[in-house]
Design a protein around this ligand. Structure first.
Ligand code: AP5
Length: 216
């Protein structure tokens, strides 16, 4: 199972990736999470990435391609992986294809979670994440069982991402439409793309994703 979860910021890629990770036993590879870890670690890459992420722009291709190329070599990816937030440009998609071809592999599925821009700001402004285990909640739609406490690891103190402010969300949406949307045609031409209505409740989206995988 080598799959790409595609969609605008806040579409629910991470939410679905965590469910699929449990179902299929393959790791979620989130370039956003990797970059945030690099920022937390104050690495050179993290410092460079932060200058782009702080303003809602995409991080340069060579930085994220390097991260993914290294991550794909890890033993837990030998049976597959779920890419969440990568590729995000045609250059990244071509680089991914080259990495896989070199190892006689290919992508099996690309699932596009479709959510209109109008829903995105409300979704992201009320997102809260666990800084310990990266579990994701929503104050209204996916609230934690105990306020401000992670259901998964019990950590107290859920956090709001610094890029989940309206002005930055709008920049991320511009980046998505200008630089990432063209990937839909790229994968449609390869007959890999499946569109899913991401405005349904998370469990319904999950069911629709599973159905789309079984059709291929
Ligand atoms: P990244 O972390 O990948 O952010 P993103 O793509 O903007 O996506 P999000 O994580 O915001 O949303 P999601 O789709 O995972 O939604 P979630 O499940 O959390 O990237 C951040 C930044 O890093 C980028 O802006 C860029 O600068 C950089 N970057 C990362 N990858 C890069 C790359 N490849 N190239 C260049 N730069 C890169 O859900 C959102 C909220 O909605 C949650 O609160 C959730 O609980 C709720 N929710 C989920 N599903 C539903 C539902 N069905 N109904 C109602 N609420 C729902």
């Amino acid at each position: 199972m080598r799959m790409i979860l595609f969609g605008p910021p806040g579409a629910g890629k991470g939410t679905q990736a965590k469910r699929l990770e449990e179902l299929f036993g393959v790791p979620q590879l989130s370039t956003g999470d990797m970059l945030r870890s690099a920022i937390k670690a104050e690495s050179k890459l993290g410092k460079e990435a932060a200058t782009f992420m702080d303003v809602g722009q995409l991080v340069p291709d060579e930085l994220v391609v390097g991260l993914i190329a290294e991550r794909l070599l890890a033993s837990d990816c030998s049976n597959g992986f779920l890419l969440d937030g990568f590729p995000r440009t045609i250059a990244q998609a071509n680089a991914l294809e080259r990495m896989l071809v070199d190892r006689g592999l290919e992508i099996d599925h690309v699932v596009s979670i479709e959510v209109p821009d109008d829903n995105i700001v409300a979704r992201l402004e009320a997102r809260r994440s666990c800084p310990e285990c990266c579990a994701v909640f929503h104050l209204k739609y996916v609230p934690p069982n105990v306020a401000n406490t992670c259901d998964k690891c019990g950590h107290e103190g859920l956090e709001q991402r610094t890029d989940d402010q309206e002005i930055k969300i709008r920049s991320r949406l511009v980046a998505f439409h200008e630089q990432t949307s063209p990937l839909k045609d790229f994968y449609r031409r390869k007959s890999l793309l499946r569109d899913i209505d991401g405005t349904q409740a998370p469990e319904k989206v999950f069911k629709a994703v599973q159905e789309s995988l079984s059709k291929r």
